[in-house]
Design a binder for this molecule. Structure first.
Ligand SMILES: [Zn+2]
Ligand SMILES: [Zn+2]
Ligand SMILES: [Zn+2]
Length: 261
């Protein structure tokens, strides 16, 4: 399983439009963050978690030529605004794209992309095959995927565990039942927005505390704001085994052969 970080920024991305702070003007490529998303390459299949406003550019940058499924975490714009661009894959593959999300996500998709769901479709609209999921495990391409329900202030958001890898974004609180589902994960990705407290996102300290509680071999922070600080400076402060993700970072996860869930 290969994980590629397509974007690691919060809803506005980094740099923020019209901001001249030291982070937004940093010459370090690791301080430039598109909206959060990952590409999972699993047994020859390409799965994307979330299609934010930068989806088109992310597919071009990573030379993705085939897409098998999209998993949605929640219906905020920074996680779904780019879905229209799956049209390119529809055309290449001659098929609809399998979309996995909760009822809330499906309702939002039908609102935001109403033209893809109308009875008489205009030619060339995105072809989306919606699959409804809940917090119960489901099977995708022969692999069990375990949704992890976290709270984004009042809003439920799904994280996803696939074998030894868990991806969680936009979390503020996670209850004990959901934490048990993550136990034993080797690679954890979780959101760390900024240092100051925030109503709907883990701060840096909260993300570190969460990472320590889960105890994964490696934890990567994502959904990062320009308020967090310069990549290189923040990275130096982090405890062993905890890293700031950055756009383009690739993780090659070697799974044990007997590991089938
Ligand atoms: Zn977000
Ligand atoms: Zn800034
Ligand atoms: Zn959100």
């Amino acid at each position: 399983m290969i994980i590629r970080f397509l974007g690691t920024g919060t809803s506005q991305g980094v740099p923020v439009i019209a901001c001249d702070c030291p982070i937004c003007t940093s010459p370090n490529a690791k301080d430039r963050r598109l909206r959060s998303s990952v590409l999972i390459e699993l047994g020859g299949r390409n799965i994307v978690i979330d299609t934010g406003p930068d989806f088109r550019y992310q597919m071009l940058r990573e030379h993705v030529t085939h897409l098998d499924a999209v998993l949605f975490t929640h219906a905020h714009k920074d996680h779904l605004a780019g879905l229209d661009d799956v049209r390119a894959f529809n055309r290449q593959q001659g098929a609809a794209i399998d979309i996995y999300g909760t009822t809330d996500v499906h309702e939002a998709l039908k609102r935001e992309f109403y033209y893809a769901f109308s009875a008489k479709k205009y030619p060339g609209v995105p072809l989306l095959d919606l699959h409804e999921i809940t917090s119960a495990p489901f099977t995708l391409f022969g692999r069990e995927i375990t949704p992890i329900e976290v709270m984004h202030y009042m809003m439920p958001v799904l994280g996803f565990r696939i074998g030894e890898f868990t991806y969680i974004t936009d979390a503020k609180t996670v209850n004990d039942t959901e934490i048990r589902k993550i136990t034993g994960t080797k690679i954890l990705v979780v959101n760390a927005l900024q240092r100051d407290s925030h109503i709907s996102h883990f701060t840096l300290d909260e993300a570190i505390a969460f990472a320590r509680r889960i105890g994964a071999e490696q934890t990567y922070f994502t959904h990062i704001s320009h308020r967090l600080g310069l990549h290189n400076e923040v990275q130096q402060e982090l405890p062993a085994g905890i890293f700031l993700a950055y756009d383009g970072l690739t993780l090659d996860i070697h799974e044990a052969l007997d590991e089938s869930s």
